[in-house]
Design a protein around this ligand. Structure first.
Ligand code: AMP
Length: 478
């Protein structure tokens, strides 16, 4: 943690209605990205910030925007008094919704209005709210352009542009859309760009979009989170699956996302794991919306323990207390590693990221280590010869959930698996709160419980996530 975390929100000079909302959210101390970005953004500087999801980056850009717009806020019902003044672009619906939820929370004691628009839903449902006027619009690029075409919004008074997860936007091919949007915005504006990785493309994007930006990094560029313990095993490709089963058995009480490179291998692996009595599901672009929602809800509820996911499908999954990520197949794009392991160790919590490297993947792993400027400890995988062959039948109830017959999410959870791994989750949430070095207040505790307990709002989000992925992920997926 940087020394800047000792600064409190009041010292950052934020307005009272925002401090009240921050307090009610249970935040006591700015995260490092907030401590760095907020004062600079309040000075109306363009920023290029290296920060992953989970670092508190949303508040880092939302709070200074809300603070600056506050004098312009109006209780009038006239739409003319509520022009779009800040545009936040996010690559996926899920992220857009998450950002919007945060902005709404921080703005709740102001008259500033916000809205989120994204594709995959009837555009007509978004138009009436747009017409009433909103100061802060969060949007996915495609749907924003749909609205522009339908003349249902005007961007002529935009003073702030935020590009969130800019690297993902480029990966998903949004550059042409971004260029079109940029051409519609007033030249005089403040730009804030956030990206987990800094590739040459990102630097080019920054050159095109930002005006003499200040660079902030909460860690080294492309660095991986220090809260995540990273390790790797060297394993023959023909033994990989067996070793994975062994690992899943070893980490039987931890929920895990297992990453594969392609939709096909995600499906194949999930089927194989199911045959090994591991409660799991695949989540990727070929799955129906219903299947995705079910898989994600079951994972969040703890009835499945492994989610096998492709990079695109896992993007933006808001599972804040995920303790373990396994890279079953090493991505050929080293940036993916940073994103994958960013699924764990979020917001100060501890996490573990394990990579399984086979004979064809060592060169890709070298590239990853070059990118993150770190050597990951590697050991040879030891395959436990006593472990059951895939087709064996579970016989003993005391051997853990992985030996129990797989039950679909709708059915009762296996006996050994708590329907909600609440204790484990609570522990991680406590670590999350402790990790920022702030004291848990009653509000934080309640918030943490809400997060851990999958209350209805979270369930709704889970559905949103799955829907978002169906639309956003399919086209981009390999
Ligand atoms: P983000 O990186 O914006 O997705 O934020 C990650 C999580 O950290 C969200 O659940 C935020 O509500 C939470 N958060 C953001 N800032 C703080 C803070 N200063 N103190 C505690 N939690 C925070």
């Amino acid at each position: 943690m940087s020394e800047q975390t000792t600064v409190d929100f009041r010292a950052l000079g934020l307005a009272e209605p925002l401090l009240k909302a921050i307090d009610e959210s249970g935040y006591t101390t700015p995260t490092p990205i907030q401590a760095q970005a907020i004062p600079l953004a309040l000075q109306r500087m363009d920023l290029m910030a290296g920060a992953q999801t989970g670092t508190g980056k949303t508040a880092a850009f939302s709070l200074p925007i809300l603070h600056t717009l506050l004098p312009l806020s109006s209780s009038s019902t006239s739409p003319a008094k509520h022009p779009i003044r800040a545009l936040v672009l996010a690559p996926t619906r899920e992220l857009a919704i998450q950002v919007y939820d945060n902005i709404k929370t921080y703005a709740k004691h102001t008259h500033l209005r916000s809205l989120v628009v994204y594709g995959g839903v009837d555009i007509k449902t978004q138009t009436p709210i747009l017409k009433t006027g909103v100061e802060i619009l969060v949007a996915t690029p495609g749907r924003l352009l749909d609205h522009v075409e339908q003349k249902t919004l005007s961007l002529s008074q935009v003073q702030f542009l935020v590009l969130d997860e800019a690297d993902r936007m480029l990966d998903m091919g949004f550059m042409p859309d971004l260029k079109r949007i940029l051409a519609l915005l007033p030249k005089q504006r403040q730009n804030l760009m956030f990206s987990a990785t800094f590739s040459d493309e990102i630097k080019k994007l920054a050159d095109a979009f930002l005006n003499n930006p200040t660079l902030i990094e909460v860690a080294r560029s492309n660095a991986t989170n220090d809260n995540v313990e990273q390790k790797a095993y060297l394993v023959n490709s023909d033994q990989k699956q067996r070793f994975l089963v062994q690992l899943l058995k070893q980490y039987a009480n931890q929920q895990v996302i297992v990453f594969t490179k392609t939709k096909l291998s995600a499906s194949k692996l999930a089927r194989a794991l199911e045959r090994d009595q591991i409660p799991c599901s695949a989540i990727h672009g070929d799955k129906s919306q219903k299947e995705r929602i079910e898989a994600l809800d079951a994972f969040k509820a703890g009835t499945i323990h492994a989610l096998v996911a492709t990079d695109v499908a896992a993007r933006g999954l808001d599972i804040s207390d995920l303790p373990l990520v396994i890279n079953y197949e090493i991505s050929t794009a080293p940036e993916d590693y940073v994103h994958r392991i960013g699924r764990t160790g979020r917001a100060g919590a501890k996490g573990i990221a394990i990579s399984l490297i086979d004979e064809d993947e060592t060169k890709y792993f070298d590239d990853i280590e070059k990118l993150i400027k770190k050597q990951i400890p590697k050991e040879k995988a030891t395959i436990n010869t006593a472990s059951r062959p895939r087709t064996s039948k579970a016989t003993s109830a005391d051997e853990g959930w992985f030996q129990q017959p797989y039950q679909p999410a709708a059915a009762a959870a296996p006996k050994e698996v708590p329907a909600k791994p609440s204790t484990a989750k609570r522990k991680v949430v406590a670590a999350l709160l402790g990790g920022f070095g702030f004291k848990a207040t009653p509000q934080t505790r309640n918030q943490a419980k809400r997060g851990a307990g999958n209350k209805p709002r979270q369930k709704a989000q889970a559905s949103d996530i799955a829907q978002a992925e169906v639309v956003e992920a399919i086209s981009a997926q390999s």
